[in-house]
Design a protein around this ligand. Sequence first.
Ligand SMILES: [Mg+2]
Length: 433
Amino acid sequence: MAHDLAEIAKERGIQYFLISYVDLFGVLRAKLVPASAIKGMQKNGAGFAGFATHLDQTPAHPDTLAVPDPDSLIQLPWKREVGWLASDVYCGGELVADAPRNLLKKQIAKAKARNLQMKTGVECEFFLLARDGKSVADVYDDYPKPCYDQLALMRQYDLIKELCDYMLEMGWGPYQNDHEDANGQFEMNWEYDDVLKTADRHVFFKYMTKTLAEKYGMRATFMPKPFNTLTGNGCHMHVSLWDGERNVFEDEAGELGMSKLAYSFLGGVMHSAADLCAIFNPTVNSFKRINAPITASGATWSPNSITYTGNNRTHMVRIPEANRFEFRLMDGATNPYLSPAALLMAGLDGIDNDRDPGERLDINMYTDGHTLKNVRKLPLNLLDALRLLESSEVVRAGFGDGFVNSYIKLKMAEWNSFMSHASAWERLHNLDC
Ligand SMILES: [Mg+2]
C-alpha cells in the first residue's frame, strides 16, 4: 500500500515518527512514536491533552487525536531515521473546529467545489541570534544598511548551505538565499506549490531552521519585531488561483494582465483585511512591525493601510507580475495554516460577492500616503484587531462561530496577560510622574 506508514518505515529505514499538529498559536506539538507502533497510530491517531496546548479545550475533554497525513511525510534530512508527519486533529470523533490545518482543509474543499485550487509561496524572514536571544549572533553584522550584505551572508554560509541542501534534497526547489534588511536577518526562498503543501513546508521550515541554528550555537527567531531599531520579520505570501493547469488570475486583456476574478478575489481580501489582521498579525509584538518607523534602507517593509498597487513595495498588496498577488501584511508569527486559510476564505467571499478592490494606487505610500483621503487603516494593536475579528460577519460566515469564538477567547487571554505586565518602558516614562 502506497500510504502504509509501517511499510514505508521498513522501506526507508524510518525508526521513529513525529506525529505532529500546529495549535492556534502556531506552536508545533508532537509525539515521538516508534515505527513498531505506527500502524495503530495511523488508524486511530496519537492522543494528546488538547487543553494543555493552545486549543480551546478543558481537562474534561476526551483525548485529542492527531491522525497523521501520510502525504505530508518528511524524513528529517539531518536524522533520517525520523519521519515527520502533519496531522488531522479529532476530538470525540469529530474534526476539531479550531485546529488550524483542519480549518485550511475546509477552505480548500470550498475552493475545490468551485474547481479552484490556491497555490502559495511564502517568504519566511528570520533572525539568527545568540543563544540567549538577546542580540544578533554575528557581532560583525552591524552595518547600518545591511540588505544583501555579502560578507554577513557568507559568515553564515555553513548553516544557510545546510538548510538549502536539505530543501534541494526534499525537492522543494529552493532558488535563492540572502541577508535581509536587518542585521542578523535572512530569507530563503523555495518554489510555490499547492497551498496545503506550502503550509506543511512552512511549518517544517521553521522547525528545521530553529533546530539547525541550535546546532550552530545560535537561536533562530521568526518573531515579528525583536529589535526596536531593526526591520521586523515579515512573512509575505504570493497567491494564485488555478483551474487545473490554468492560472485563472491571468488575463491579457485585464488591468496589469489580471482577470476580473482575480480582482474580485483581491476585493474580498481587502474587504476583510482589517478583520483578519488578528490572524495575519497574531501577537502583541506584531503591531510594532506594522507601525514601525522607517529604517536606514528607507522602508518599514510592512503596510499600515489597506491599499494595493503594481510592482511597488510600499502597499499591503503588490502585483509583481500578471499571475499573482503578493500579500505583504503577514509577519513571522503568523500561523502557517491560518494565514492561507484566511486569504482563501476572504478571496472566495470576494468572488461570491463580486467585491471591488477599488483603484490601484501607484504612489510611494511611505512618502505620500498621508496625502490620500479616506484610506482604510489597519488596526494599531492586538486588542483592536481582535475586536474587529470578533464582529466580522464575513469571517464568522467563512470560518464558523466555533473557530472565531475559540480564537478570540485564547487571544484575549494573551492580551490580558500582556496588559497585567508592567514593562520597562512604563517604569522609564512613569516612575517620576
Ligand atoms: Mg524579505
